[in-house]
Write a protein that binds this ligand. Structure first.
Ligand SMILES: Cc1cc2nc3c(=O)[nH]c(=O)nc-3n(C[C@H](O)[C@H](O)[C@H](O)COP(=O)(O)OP(=O)(O)OC[C@H]3O[C@@H](n4cnc5c(N)ncnc54)[C@H](O)[C@@H]3O)c2cc1C
Length: 396
């Protein structure tokens, strides 16, 4: 196979949403990159571009705005203006409302596939990004001055030399494994069933979070329907996937209640194992992990990509500073600084998601009463609601 040699400032392995967003942010800062994506071009059948809907929180809205994509993205979103949190079978609810919190909206919902298409189109047009797809990283070697990568593409092999290699190769990151970076995995022994649901009532831009002893359930307003996330015990997931639509809707309705109306129609269902991945050290010589390769949280908190784009923003600022001063983009000092600046944010987001997943596991009268009183207390305390909004919104 003929070999082509390329040299670049940053090589990004993985053209998922994180890899594409990083390449675009670097280009905005005049940094060139080579973006390598293993899957076949244009089918957008990468695993994470399925039927899922994504919540874009307020901090991410600012991020997409800063790289000039918000007006394209906004057209395809549904606003969240209210959030209703309740505890199944117990008293106490919390209402979050955009007017009470004096914000334009609490978040936006978009189809993951649409966001991926927008990023893909922007990447293709950008002259500072050399996009190769399908292009699979086969091996790499770290040196004093660069990382050398061997990449298989259709019909030829590439040799890519870069000052910095970014591993945006997803939750099963082969780069992370190759580097032997310690990885802490916490399984919740739950699966999330994801699908779209239509009810007989309009959603009025209201999202619902229902805390149950099985784990959280969420309904996200999207177009004329809801995106539905239902966490269930692992052994129950298969039967919920296999159930016919009528049976599934009856079970979901029974668990969720009628707050959003009667559930009439359900779309294609998929199941995801629920776990959290923490990687205490996310860099090695001239390599840094980003996105799911560096941290994965359960989707019930809708935080994974929101957390990742804050990291992209931070890393890009540090690299831009290095670039403007003609300094080394792969310097260990810079990568360490990136991690130091990211630790608190990552820990806070992981703890918030973990609380959501774990807190409601104990089903016991005293604990239930305390939780319900907790919800009542939060609902009566605007300062506390603002703080929770800022945590979920990535604004702290
Ligand atoms: C059901 C569900 C709902 C979610 N909802 C939300 C939400 O509401 N809000 C939110 O912020 N987040 C949400 N998330 C999380 C979000 O989807 C992820 O954080 C995000 O997709 C991670 O993107 P990534 O680019 O890091 O990884 P991936 O999307 O997995 O991309 C990794 C890419 O690397 C490529 N790759 C792997 N190995 C190689 C190689 N050797 N060479 C070249 N390429 C390679 C793969 O083909 C893949 O395309 C949700 C997740 C799930 C599962």
């Amino acid at each position: 196979m003929p070999e082509v040699a390329l040299k670049t400032q940053v090589a990004i392995v993985g053209g998922g949403m994180v890899g594409m967003a990083l390449a675009l942010t670097l280009a905005q800062n005049n940094i060139e990159s080579v973006l390598l994506e293993a899957s076949v071009e244009d089918d957008l059948e990468q695993e994470s571009f399925d039927d899922r809907t994504l919540v874009i929180n307020p901090a991410s809205k600012q991020f997409w705005h800063s790289i000039g994509l918000w007006s394209d993205i906004a057209k395809h979103t549904t606003e969240i203006n209210h959030v209703h949190v309740s505890n199944q079978g117990q008293f106490g609810v919390v209402h979050f409302d955009k007017d009470e919190l004096k914000v334009p909206q609490l978040g936006h919902v978009i189809a993951a596939k649409k966001l991926a298409q927008i990023l893909h189109a922007a990447v293709k047009q950008n002259k500072l990004i050399k996009h190769h797809q399908p292009a699979k990283l086969e091996s790499f070697q770290q040196n004093e001055s660069h990382v050398r990568m061997k990449v298989a593409t259709a019909g030829q092999s590439l040799q890519v030399d870069a000052s910095l290699m970014v591993a945006a190769d997803g939750v099963k990151s082969a780069i992370r494994t190759e580097l032997n970076l310690a990885t802490v995995v916490k399984s919740y022994q739950r699966q999330a069933i994801i699908c779209n649901i239509t009810t007989d009532e309009r959603h009025h831009n209201r999202a619902y979070e229902r805390l149950t002893t099985e784990g959280p359930m969420a309904l996200l307003p999207f177009k004329n329907r809801f995106g539905f996330v239902w966490s269930v015990q692992e052994e129950k997931a298969a039967s919920l996937l296999a159930a016919d639509d009528h049976e599934f809707l009856a079970l979901a309705q029974q668990r969720f209640g009628f707050r959003a109306g009667a559930m009439l129609k359900v779309g294609r269902r998929s199941a995801y194992p629920l776990f959290q991945i923490k990687v205490p050290t996310q860099y090695a010589q001239r390599v840094v992990l980003m996105g799911n390769a560096a941290h994965a949280v359960s989707p019930v908190s809708a935080q994974g990509l929101n957390l990742a784009v804050r990291g992209i923003d931070r890393l890009s600022q540090l690299l831009a500073e290095q670039n403007n001063n003609n300094n080394d983009l792969g310097s260990t000092q810079v990568l360490r600084k990136y991690q130091d600046l990211s630790n608190t944010d990552q820990d806070r987001t992981m703890n918030y998601t973990d609380d959501l997943m774990s807190w409601f596991k104990i089903d016991e009268p005293t604990v239930n009463a305390i939780r319900s009183l907790g919800l009542v207390a939060i609902n009566a305390n605007l300062a506390l609601k603002k703080m929770l909004y800022q945590t979920a919104g990535g604004l702290r």
